[in-house]
Structure formats: structure tokens, C-alpha cells
Design a protein around this ligand. Structure first.
Ligand SMILES: [Zn+2]
Ligand SMILES: [Zn+2]
Length: 347
């Protein structure tokens, strides 16, 4: 067969031309001479087809990925090997070099390409929100009828921080731009509602209490009529603490634990365990703090009475005998709590 390109007559033909002439024209890969990518200068996320993605990837890796995405390999190529190289980065422009080898119709061929990758630095919408101190939720950390203690604030700060770290793997707005330290409690400003809700739940898990959400309309999008809401989430932790004495449904109970959904305690006159749903917190009354526990001594014991010394006026007080007192002996020291003129021994 005769090749119209080179005039040879003894070569394998590909269509109308010989294999050599075909391979001379053949391109293993195609890629543009210049590629532009937009990345966020804060989080390195990149804009592609209108969407920001892949944050926190090193710049070189972004360049390699941009090259990879822009390289097209011809259909006929087999066993290709493509090497990408960044020759130098000058300012926002990376000079790159692409080396490709592959087999076409049994012949291995090689080619090189130069490509310039330009990085346009901008700020993605999330980072611009973060920079402006944007927040969707405010967590109001409050206590019922008392001040919050320093150690409770420290614990709350720690919980907020831990939650943000955990959430940040899937929520870019898991951050706290501001903590307002008010007399009545702290206000934690949280970037997203999703993470804000998680923060409130984790605080409740530690302290118990009641969560209330109140959305406030911030502004309205005039074109859509849709409102922009910010959600205030208040967590009111109980007035009582572990070891305090509470009244619930007429019973005096010493609190042994406070959880996310319930308060557990022991009824002091009957040694009976109670589990009170946290949602009934409104009906729990604090009657005595654990700091008001007093200590006294047993002065006599009979089948009918146990006699103790009142630690305030040193008078003798007779308590009706109870099976819980059986192991007590004269001279023993014992703890008591005084609630409305009644003395309860704590055994
Ligand atoms: Zn030819
Ligand atoms: Zn960003």
C-alpha cells in the first residue's frame, strides 16, 4: 500500500496512511496549556462547578489534582504511565511538566507537555462567614435560682470545646466566635445550629436541667419571603446538686446523681431509691444543701428510742426506734440533717 504522506509502500497502514505517519500525528494525551483554579486562601477549599470542596489540602496537591482532572487520554492508548511534575511555583503560577508514555497499536510512544496552573486566591462563603463572626445559635448556660460556680463554668467551657473539635470534622461552622460572660451565666455563640444543638445536649448530659429553644427572626429575604432565624437555646441546670436534699411528691430525697434525663436519689426516712424524670425539674424543691449536714453523738439507746445530742443547743432528742438504727451504738458519731424541725439521721 502507498502512503500519501511519506510515499513509503512497505509499511503497515492505519486507515489511509502508514503507521509511522499515524504515530507522528498521534497525541497520547491532551491538556490545556493553562488551567485556572480558585481556592480559598483560608481553608484551601477549591471552587469547582460552582461548589466549594476539599478543604485543607496542600497547595501542591491541589495543583496535581487540577492537572489530573484536565488530562484526557486518547481511547487507543494502552498501559499508559503519566508523570506530573511541578517545575516551579512563582507567586500564584505553577509551571508544570507532564510526561506521558503509552502503547498505541503495539508501539510505545512518549510525549511531553507544558502546562501553567494559575491559582486564584479568594475567600469561600464559609470562611467569609467565620471572618465576619457569623453565628446561628446562642447557648445560654444558666442555673435555676442560683449562681453558677466557677468549676461549673470551667467544666462547661471544656464540654463546648470538646464538642466543637468533634463536630468540626463534618461541620465547618463548628466554632465559637464569642462567649459573653454575663452575671446570670455564659452565652456561647455557635456558628451552626446543628453544632449548637449538640453543644446544648452535651452540657445537659453533664449537668442535667431543661433545654428550651426560641427562634428569633433576624431578617427576611425580600425576594423569597423566607426568614433568617437565629436560635437561642437555653439550658437551665438544676438549683440542687449531688448530695443536696430535695422534696419531690412530698418525700425528702438525698440526691445521688444528676443525669441527662433523670435525677436519682434516696429517700432519707425510708432508704428507698427514687428516679425522677428531669422533665419534672419544676416540681423538685431544694430543701437543704449538703453543706448544712451536722454531726452529733448517740447518747442512749432503748428498744423504743435512740437518743442523740442536738448539736445546736445540746439538748437530748429522742428519735423513734427504726430498724436502720440497730447497728448504732452509744458514743457513735452520726450525721444528721434538720428539715423543718425534723431531724433525720443519715445512715
Ligand atoms: Zn507514511
Ligand atoms: Zn474557606
Amino acid at each position: 500500500m502507498f502512503c500519501p504522506e511519506c510515499g513509503s509502500t512497505d509499511k503497515k497502514m492505519v486507515g489511509d496512511i502508514c503507521i509511522d505517519c499515524f504515530l507522528k500525528e498521534f497525541q497520547l494525551i491532551t491538556l490545556p496549556e493553562r488551567i485556572e483554579i480558585q481556592i480559598c486562601s483560608h481553608c484551601n477549599s477549591k471552587l469547582e462547578e460552582g461548589k466549594w470542596s476539599e478543604e485543607n489540602i496542600p497547595e501542591e496537591e491541589i495543583i496535581y489534582r487540577a492537572l489530573e482532572r484536565n488530562i484526557e487520554i486518547a481511547d487507543e492508548v494502552e498501559n499508559e504511565i503519566i508523570n506530573l511534575e511541578i517545575e516551579q511555583i512563582k507567586g500564584t503560577i505553577a509551571d508544570c511538566y507532564v510526561e506521558a508514555t503509552g502503547e498505541v497499536r503495539g508501539t510505545r510512544i512518549e510525549e511531553t507537555h507544558d502546562c501553567e496552573v494559575k491559582i486564584l486566591k479568594t475567600v469561600c462563603p464559609t470562611c467569609s462567614k467565620i471572618q465576619s463572626g457569623y453565628y446561628e445559635t446562642v447557648i445560654q448556660f444558666r442555673a435555676d435560682s442560683r449562681e453558677i460556680k466557677n468549676e461549673e463554668y470551667a467544666k462547661a467551657d471544656e464540654i463546648v470545646e470538646r464538642t466543637l473539635i468533634k463536630q468540626s470534622s463534618n461541620d465547618k461552622l463548628a466554632y465559637c466566635p464569642q462567649i459573653a460572660k454575663l452575671k446570670e451565666g455564659y452565652d456561647y455563640y455557635i456558628g451552626s445550629f446543628k453544632t449548637g444543638k449538640k453543644v446544648a445536649e452535651n452540657l445537659k448530659e453533664e449537668f442535667g436541667g431543661i433545654i428550651k429553644e426560641s427562634p428569633r427572626l433576624i431578617s427576611e429575604d425580600k425576594s423569597t419571603g423566607k426568614g433568617l432565624y437565629r436560635i437561642w437555646i437555653s439550658l437551665r441546670i438544676p438549683e440542687f446538686e449531688i448530695d443536696d436534699f430535695i422534696r419531690y411528691e412530698g418525700k425528702i430525697i438525698k440526691v445521688t446523681s444528676i443525669g441527662k434525663n433523670s435525677v436519682v436519689g434516696v429517700e432519707i426516712s425510708a432508704d428507698k431509691k427514687h428516679n425522677i424524670p428531669m422533665k419534672n425539674m419544676e416540681n423538685i424543691e431544694l430543701v437543704k444543701k449538703s453543706s448544712e449536714i451536722e454531726t452529733t453523738t448517740i447518747i442512749s439507746k432503748s428498744p423504743q428510742f435512740l437518743q442523740i445530742l442536738d448539736p445546736i443547743d445540746y439538748s437530748a432528742v429522742d428519735l423513734d426506734m427504726d430498724e436502720r438504727y440497730e447497728d448504732l451504738n452509744v458514743g457513735d458519731e452520726i450525721k444528721l440533717i434538720r428539715i423543718e424541725n425534723n431531724i433525720y439521721l443519715l445512715i
